[in-house]
Design a protein around this ligand. Sequence first.
Ligand SMILES: [Zn+2]
Ligand SMILES: [Zn+2]
Length: 297
Amino acid sequence: MIKVTFLGTSDAIPSAERNHTSILLEYKNENILIDCGEGTQRQFRKAKLNPNKITKILITHWHGDHVLGLPGLLQTLAFSNYNKTLNIYGPRGTKEFMGVLLRTFAFQGKYKINVEEVENRFFENDEFYLEAEKMTHGTPCNAYSFVKKGRLRIDKKKLEKTNLKGPILKKLKEGKDITYNDKKYLAKNLTYGEDSKKVSFVFDTSFNKNIVPFVKNSDLLVCESTFGEELEDKADEYRHLNVNHTANIAKKSKSKKLVLTHISQRYSKNPKKILDAAKKIFKNSVLVNDLDEIEVK
Ligand SMILES: [Zn+2]
Ligand SMILES: [Zn+2]
């Protein structure tokens, strides 16, 4: 199961209800933080999450509302005896900015920080991979996808009808046919494919042709929705998405569920206005508040 916690859901200016952007994706031992706006540390506490478990930080871009929480978080990890290598991934310029940031705050952590400027598929292990795609926001900006790989699973009911057990099952899981007590068993008859799962994050960009193919078939599409349907011109001017763009991206990419976030103070009294506009185009839309959690099973 993949769990996504929305630690902050505001746009550039945080409000009493909404913190700057930050999202934690948890999958097994992996804790991936996407952006780290101001106040992220306290949101961790409120959500009863442990920042010491963070394994990777993905930075979409270096506007303050997405990174102002970084120095504080890095300092707290140092105080908490964080002892892993912290991997920080971001768009072009990230190495320089991280260098300046660590010097400015006289960082004295004993843990290692590995900084990489990434695009395309930049991390992969047996369980999942991470991808980045360039967005258009006036400053280098990446969208990200987390993809849990599909796997072959053994169909336990079908297995019960055989005498198979023990280490030989490993071969079945690898999709290999096996012979046991002179009888041949075909892997395809005893296994089924578990679907892969995809969670995508699109933050701060004008509408561009890269978005839909990049987020194609997301199980969960988390997308900025800074401007309402009435402010399409403003969205273009400030290189953001308006809700019609966001919902159309979800529809055209055949995503299963759309999460609207990066909500402007303009809609603080009536965020439903954004949600209703999205639902007219893409029914399975939700608008998140701080500390909301969504599971992808
Ligand atoms: Zn922003
Ligand atoms: Zn921005």
